[in-house]
Design a binder for this molecule. Structure first.
Ligand SMILES: [Zn+2]
Length: 218
């Protein structure tokens, strides 16, 4: 048992914080007292300390520059993610503001996305290559020329709908080429034209109306 120097109550040693500078290795104040004291100090000096630090930063910005760069470098991914969420929420909550911003900054936005593309050309190439490889693997050798022409048509329809509606359209494989439990074929009867949103929602799953088949096929 140890008596707290603040409240004078005798308590078990585990109710005291560790302090290696003390003879008994424990803080003289019990944990609840320590918390109360810390809170009081914060209340008393917190605002003044913050103001002093702000003042010091204003007076000598170079002194803290290293700290900020270090913090930024250490938390790069975290900061990017929170910035992304912030701007996404802002876009969703203020669609008019977002549209106005897009209208004013159309060229800058285009340049930004182009520059992103240029910086990630290898990744885009790899993805296209993978897609091409998948399609080739999924195209049966016995497919006739007329079937190839029919497939071409789906891509033309998607392009035309995109022009007409201004909404991005994709040619989708109803049974995905790289499904989770199977591989669909690159054949006209497995193709459909979807909007970008519909296609994204679908992901790599098979059509719902065929879901009951999977247990017997597997
Ligand atoms: Zn105490």
């Amino acid at each position: 048992m140890k008596t707290c120097a603040c409240c004078g109550i005798a308590k078990e040693p585990d109710k005291f914080g560790v302090d290696h500078h003390r003879k008994d290795g424990l803080n003289p104040y019990c944990n609840p007292c320590r918390r109360t004291k810390a809170k009081a100090t914060r209340n008393r000096y917190g605002a003044a300390l913050n103001a002093a630090q702000k003042e010091a930063r204003k007076k000598d910005p170079h002194r803290f520059r290293g700290h900020e760069a270090k913090y930024r470098a250490a938390n790069l991914a975290k900061r990017r993610e929170s910035a992304r969420i912030y701007s996404q929420n802002r876009r969703l909550l203020n669609p008019e503001e977002a549209a106005a911003y897009r209208a004013v900054n159309r060229l800058a936005i285009r340049e930004k996305s182009r520059s992103y593309y240029r910086r990630n050309v290898p990744a885009y190439r790899a993805r296209d290559k993978q897609r091409f490889r998948l399609e080739k693997l999924a195209t049966p050798k016995w497919l006739s020329a007329i079937r190839f022409a029919q497939m071409e048509e789906f891509y033309e329809i998607a392009a035309a709908r995109e022009v007409q509606t201004g909404i991005k359209h994709h040619v989708d494989h109803m049974f995905p080429l790289s499904g989770i439990t199977f591989h669909g074929l690159h054949v006209p009867w497995n193709l459909q034209v979807l909007t970008h949103e519909q296609n994204r929602a679908k992901s790599n799953r098979i059509p719902l109306e065929y879901a009951h088949l999977t247990w017997s096929v597997l």
